[in-house]
Design a protein around this ligand. Structure first.
Ligand code: COA
Length: 161
């Protein structure tokens, strides 16, 4: 079975990588789908976000990195994959995730959303919190791959836009 793991990944963190790693052991193929949404103000471009993922996941034979725009259900149909995986970090994620899962189901009855519980050690991570810690000079090396850390530091030096 193949699954789609969608998100903004701005940038990818070890929390995302943990979910992808565990999915790669349970499913034949994991399609990591980066949302290309011009309306959302991302720190990193779609190309940068994809590159970070490609580098971090280069050793996984059954992980594909892709991008999408528009509705997730339309993309899923196009990919011929009707199973979406989302990570759940805390109870606070649940309401939003439930709403998305139900909306997706309403839009496309064949879509199923599977929730994977985050590893405890990453349950408090988010891309924004990592960016904030980096901005104030905190150590982020245990939250993101070295490439991402370097790129974040460079963005900060160049002045965050
Ligand atoms: N570990 C660490 N952080 C995690 C995480 C994990 N396992 N899972 C999620 N996060 C963080 C992300 O880093 C992100 O942090 P941020 O808000 O600080 O940037 C946050 O949780 C949100 O996660 P993300 O997975 O990027 O979701 P999203 O809400 O940006 O996007 C989509 C979710 C892409 C699936 C959704 O917006 C979508 O499908 N959009 C397409 C349009 C559509 O179909 N809309 C209708 C659907 S209802």
């Amino acid at each position: 079975m193949q699954v789609i793991y969608p998100g903004s990944f701005d940038p990818v963190t070890y929390g995302h990588i943990d979910i992808i790693d565990r999915c790669s052991k349970k499913f034949d193929k994991v399609i990591v789908s980066v949302l290309n949404n011009r309306a959302k103000k991302n720190l990193f471009t779609i190309e940068e976000r994809v590159e970070f993922l490609e580098k971090a996941l280069k050793d996984y034979d059954n992980v594909e990195i892709d991008t999408f725009s528009g509705l997730l259900v339309d993309y899923a149909r196009k990919k011929g994959c009707t199973t979406v995986v989302r990570g759940l970090r805390a109870v606070s994620d649940f309401e939003y995730e439930m709403q998305m899962a139900l909306m997706n189901k309403k839009l496309e009855k064949d879509i199923e959303t599977l929730f994977m519980v985050s590893s405890g050690k990453y349950a408090y991570l988010s891309s924004s919190i990592v960016k904030e810690v980096a901005m104030f000079g905190g150590d982020i090396s245990c939250f993101v791959p070295a490439e991402v850390e370097k790129a974040l530091r460079e963005k900060i030096k160049g002045g965050l836009k």
